[in-house]
Design a protein around this ligand. Structure first.
Ligand code: SAM
Length: 600
């Protein structure tokens, strides 16, 4: 079962990367609901990908015939996702990627692995990704003991299982040849160990730099508080997380601590969320009772964080353009206790944020805006496994790369490149794959700039945060620099976000040093979290505030008048028109009628 699953994930990752569709990551695929033994599958996938460069060589040397992987087409994957969503299951994706699938639908007639498995049951070739997984297990892993865990599977899975059994036989027969081939390859390359061999391959150095981050879980203040949570974790579960020094409601667990099935995660008191993904709501710091606007909200990681901050007297208007992702937002908000039927804190709405009318009265009370738009997701490359995938494909991703494209699509040169590199980069046209990636970043930057302008245009907004999980200046500092003059005309200034956080914005990207210093950056290799960016705009007196205050005063005056009128009617009814006033019980308390809140 594990090998079959792992081979499916490896095939899909290598295919997704090759087709540059994005969206698929090791985490999302190995944590998906249908996957059994998630932790083991994840480990086998990572280790297999890491060893692909040597496995390719030794499988070839040992004469193991490989057939191409056939990956389920996009439409089928969507149908599977929809089916899972229908069963109320979470696809397991974190907010980290922020990537949209941008490829075209593949050929529907393309067959998937199970069809091919039937053909190959008795064949002498092994599907490539399955060969990598089995080769890894035979040479570096737990060995090739028969895997019987698929016995209980349905007919389709049994067909796959039969293919795995057939492939395992082939690889077991080739085991000694594989071992000799490995020895010969290491000797010929003069590398003393497989590890040294892998390090010397394209992308190998980046692979060695891939960090292991702590696990973070946010305490859901709608259901508990930090102290109670810590106490229960310690007493009942013998876990002693530490409090994060920068995000007050965040707990830090050791790397590898698997909390997915933990009771407090299951009941929504703890929410698994990366540290940097908590930065926007922490920086925005909305007060209890505020109304917040979350512009690109799904799947709702930051929405539930905002909801916990504004509390049950506040509200969060959550917009997203994608129906499927919005459904997940609803589920996540319900799980977090932010969508109680009687008094929901979060009000989700499907729609294009760019098309909203900020003058619409429903936004009159919006005091803070969180904008976390689609981005390249380059800050999550390490945890997404991009480096593993790149190394498996024999490509190098430069961990130092400072890919800089301005919002107009012209390319800037990263600060870490030398002059010679600059000259040669300008002379030579980039390869099509690089050119396509740059064009995509430029297009994202245009959208992000437009979205930030929109976010700043809400008349009562006092605080606006802009964030991405990208590390490219084009999507970060340059976007801020492009809108800053207009922001200032609207009365906003850049506020120093998360003042105690050490890593600040990059200098020399169209911003003054002081402005760059107001920004927050996180580095996926040097900080204990994913790569991230936050800018915080604030203004003391939003133009809409006076209007809102006047409207609130008018509402209160009207409520008072109504109350007086109601009392007068009651008095008149009680004295029956006789003019004799009723005697009230001494000391009886009268309840003051409160004006109904506008938001709900
Ligand atoms: N803030 C989310 C969270 O923390 O879970 C992640 C947001 S994700 C990076 C970007 C989201 O923007 C996607 O869900 C996408 O559907 C949405 N989006 C993209 N363009 C949009 C638009 N024009 N209007 C509204 N939502 C949009």
């Amino acid at each position: 079962m594990v090998w079959r699953q792992a081979a499916g994930v490896v095939a899909r990752l290598l295919d997704a990367d090759g087709a540059r569709r994005g969206g698929a990551s090791i985490k999302t695929l190995t944590l998906a609901p249908g996957v059994a033994a998630k932790k083991v599958t994840h480990a086998v996938v990572c280790e297999t990908l890491k060893h692909v460069p040597i496995l390719k060589l030794v499988l070839d040397d040992a004469g193991v015939a490989l057939s191409d992987d056939v990956v389920p087409n996009r439409r089928r994957r969507r149908a599977e996702d929809a089916e899972r969503a229908g069963r109320g299951e979470d696809a397991g994706a974190a907010d980290s990627s922020g990537e949209e699938e941008n490829g075209s639908d593949e050929n529907d007639s393309q067959r998937d692995t199970s069809d091919v498995a039937a053909d190959e049951e008795h064949a002498s070739v092994v599907p490539r990704s399955l060969a990598y997984v089995l080769g890894y297990e035979a040479l570096f892993g737990a060995g090739l003991e028969p895997d019987t865990s698929s016995d209980a599977a349905g007919p389709e899975k049994r067909t796959d299982a039969a293919a795995v059994v057939a492939a395992t036989r082939i690889v077991v027969r080739a085991r000694e040849r594989l071992k000799s081939a490995l020895k010969r390859r290491l000797k010929a390359s003069k590398h003393g160990s497989t590890e040294a061999f892998l390090l010397a391959q394209p992308g190998g150095k980046a692979l060695a730099a891939v960090p292991t981050h702590s696990r973070h879980a946010r305490v859901n203040l709608l259901k508990t508080d930090v102290a109670a949570c810590e106490l229960e974790l310690r007493r009942v579960f013998s876990l002693s997380p530490i409090r994060d020094p920068h995000v007050p409601d965040l707990l830090v667990f050791p790397p590898g601590c698997d909390l997915h099935d933990h009771r407090m995660v299951q009941d929504g008191r703890l929410i698994l969320q990366g540290k940097s993904s908590c930065f926007p709501a922490a920086a925005l710091d909305p007060k209890p009772g505020w109304t917040a606007l979350d512009c690109c909200a799904a799947p709702g990681n930051k929405t539930t964080h905002l909801a916990a901050r504004v509390g049950r007297n506040g509200g969060v208007l959550a917009f997203d353009a994608d129906t499927r992702r919005l459904r997940r937002l609803r589920e996540n908000c319900a799980h977090a206790g932010a969508m109680d039927r009687a008094a929901p804190i979060v009000v989700p709405e499907r729609g294009d944020f760019l098309a909203l009318n900020p003058a619409d009265p429903k936004f009159a009370r919006v005091r803070c805006v969180l904008l976390d738009p689609s981005c390249s997701g380059s800050g999550t490359a390490a945890t997404r496994g991009d480096y593993l995938i790149a190394a498996a494909r024999g490509e190098a991703i430069d961990v130092e790369a400072d890919h800089d494209v301005d919002a107009c699509g012209s390319e800037g040169i990263g600060s870490k490149k030398t002059k010679t590199e600059t000259a040669s980069a300008e002379d030579a046209a980039p390869p099509p794959r690089v050119a396509a990636a740059r064009a995509r970043v430029a297009s994202l930057a245009r959208f992000q700039t437009e979205a930030l302008r929109k976010a700043l245009s809400f008349p009562s907004a006092e605080r606006v945060s802009y964030s991405t999980c990208s590390v490219y200046p084009a999507e970060n500092e340059r976007v801020v620099a492009a809108v800053l003059p207009e922001a200032r005309r609207l009365g906003f200034e850049l506020e120093r976000a998360l003042p105690s956080w050490h890593r600040r914005g990059l200098r020399g990207r169209g911003l003054s040093d002081a402005d760059a210093d107001a920004l927050v950056r996180a580095d996926q290799f040097e900080d204990d979290c994913e790569g991230f960016f936050v800018a915080l705009f604030s203004r003391p007196t939003p133009p809409g505030a006076a209007k809102v205050a006047a409207a609130a005063a008018a509402t209160e005056a009207k409520a008072r008048e109504d109350l007086e009128a109601a009392r007068a009617t009651k008095r008149a009814a009680a004295d029956g028109g006789s003019g004799v006033r009723p005697v009230y019980r001494a000391g009886a308390k009268r309840r003051k009628k409160r004006a109904a809140p506008l938001f709900r």
